[in-house]
Design a protein around this ligand. Structure first.
Ligand code: XMP
Length: 535
């Protein structure tokens, strides 16, 4: 299978480059900058990503370009472009002021294959502190903005290009065209990577890999483990046993609803109600990390007990997806999000790991789910933390507090699903790229607020009481905070600008219908410096 290799020099947008390449129905792998697979016959081109470093930083990542030049078409983006120019004899210097934000290509060589179909004035997104001030001998400038002369270059007569802007971000309005020109026009991609081809080849591979073996999979109700289960079920049928643990901390009616969905999908699934154990072990615990530890430990215990009952199981399947693995491989060494596996399985079971979605991005997982005929509400479900509502109740967790939060959350999520908005421009493109099924008409799409936001939920401030008045009586009850964020990867997020009339009506509904809540706030913090969850 043809593939593009993206060498990661540590930029925040490297994953986005990967997603854009996949949107061109072309397989790609993101690898640490120094891990190029020298003997892979399927490689058709190489992209060098941006980086947090300047080429002059002593710790800047460097590679030997002679191992790539002449063997593959190369495209350097931002640092990638500066690094190539700098190492091949050009000049890179600190820009007089940081070149950041929207700019417009005032001159473009549209005869150059990288810019085929570009329009003069095309908007691009810059984000760098250094700039190229002279190109190496034999290189030519092929695009400029008013302030960045060498916005793009090519080594004349050679399949080597550099762009100082970021074609992968939405604000570069013809960025996808540039990547198409490189991946399809220059590298010759056949564009045959699709959800349908993924399902076909993966089902074949799983049958070969698993033979007649039995497989266990832990379902969470989330999209990744659900799609992994349906894919495995397609490959090996009832030899897959799914285990779905109810810790009592899921959303209102979620355990029964999702279990029913799974059964309708033909999965061989065991639902285990372990809520009493979790509530008993969480009693009196207020520290968030302690809550997480207890839930993690109890989950492993319950899961293992069930797993032991599956006779002859040889494999443990997981819905690990590509970003989970890229994050854990992050070359700058910073752990941004820890990866939540079913840890500590009993050694005597001697299970091997099977991760059929390990190459997919989230939006691709959703497309595969649709290809497999899964219901839309399972596919477009928001991410939900493993410890569930436990980290959305500040303070001690009790069944009554979970009930209050479930009721408030249910009102909020239903309302988000019902309220429709029309989106255009970058906002519409962001939502479509996340895999939301909407049709663009006259440059606009109509989606629910639920689909517009990345994640939403309610937080019960159980450690706080606020005074209120209902009828003739004073009340002294808990406030709740509503949270809704937009994001593409959960690493950064902005608070969603939900309409005032929507917030007003949800606030009314919650206060009028949920006993125990007398005040509703809306969280307007972005990440960073806040996080998505409160605990
Ligand atoms: P934060 O709060 O760190 O969340 O901005 C980023 C994303 O991760 C989810 N999250 C968790 N997921 N176990 C999980 O499985 C956890 O302990 C956990 N904490 C946060 C969060 O919901 C968001 O999607």
């Amino acid at each position: 299978m043809q593939k593009i290799i993206i060498l990661d020099f540590g930029s925040q947008t490297t994953q986005l480059i990967g997603r854009r390449v996949r949107e061109l129905n072309t397989f790609c792998e993101i690898l640490p900058y120094n891990k190029f697979p020298q003997d892979d016959p399927d490689v058709i081109g190489v992209i060098l990503s941006g980086s947090p470093f300047s080429v002059y930083d002593p710790e800047a990542f460097k590679i030997d370009l002679s191992t790539l030049r002449g063997r593959y078409p190369i495209l350097g983006i931002c640092y990638g472009a500066q690094f190539m120019s700098h190492s091949l004899g050009g000049k890179v210097e600190p820009a007089p002021s940081r070149e950041y934000g929207r700019q417009f290509l005032s001159t473009i060589d549209t005869a150059n294959p990288l810019f085929a179909g570009f329009e003069k004035g095309s908007q691009v997104w810059m984000s760098h502190g250094d700039t190229i001030t002279a190109l190496p001998a034999g290189f030519q400038c092929i695009a400029s903005t008013d302030t960045v002369h060498y916005a793009a270059y090519q080594a004349t007569g050679e399949a080597l290009w550099g762009v100082q802007f970021h074609p992968e971000v939405f604000h570069s309005t013809q960025g996808s065209l540039l990547l198409r020109n490189f991946v399809v026009g220059i590298c010759g991609s056949h564009q045959d990577w699709s959800a349908a081809s993924f399902v076909d080849t993966t089902v074949q591979e799983l049958r070969q890999q698993l033979g007649d073996d039995r497989v266990i999979l832990g379902l969470s109700g989330g999209v990744d483990s659900s799609v992994a289960a349906v894919l495995l079920n397609r490959a090996i049928g009832d030899r897959l046993t799914c285990i779905f643990v109810d810790h009592g901390l899921l959303r209102k009616n979620e355990f029964q609803d999702v279990l029913h969905d799974y059964e309708c999908l033909g999965l061989n699934v065991r639902g285990v109600d372990a809520s009493a154990k979790f509530f008993a072990d969480l009693a009196g615990v207020t520290d968030p990390e302690q809550k997480r530890k207890i839930i993690g430990r109890d989950f492993v215990e319950v899961f293992n007990e069930e797993a032991r009952k599956v006779e002859g199981a040889r494999w443990l399947a997981q819905g690990t997806i590509y970003p989970d693995r890229i994050e854990s491989l992050n070359i700058t060494g910073k752990v941004i999000k820890s990866h939540h596996n079913v840890g500590g399985l009993p050694k005597e079971m001697n299970l091997q790991l099977c991760e059929p979605l390990k190459w997919l991005f989230k939006d691709e997982v959703r497309r595969v789910g649709r290809q497999l005929g899964m219901p839309e509400h399972l596919i477009t479900r928001h991410p939900f933390p493993g410890p569930s509502l436990a980290v959305r109740i500040l303070g001690e967790i009790t069944p009554e507090r979970v009930r209050i939060l479930q009721d408030a959350d249910d009102i909020y999520i239903r309302a988000l699903r019902q309220y429709k908005v029309r989106l255009s421009g970058d906002e519409a493109r962001r939502v479509l790229a996340a895999g939301v099924p909407a049709q663009m008409t006259d440059g606009e799409i109509e989606v629910s607020l639920y689909d517009q936001v990345w994640q939403a939920g309610v937080i019960l401030l159980a450690t706080v009481r606020s005074v209120g008045v209902m009828g003739d009586e004073r009340t002294y009850e808990h406030p709740v905070a509503l949270r809704a964020v937009t994001s593409t990867d959960a690493m950064t997020a902005d608070w969603a600008h939900l309409p005032y009339d929507f917030l007003a009506s949800v606030s009314n509904d919650i206060i009028n219908h949920v006993r125990g809540v007398n005040r509703v706030c809306y969280d307007i913090s972005s990440k960073p410096p806040a996080t998505i969850e409160w605990e």
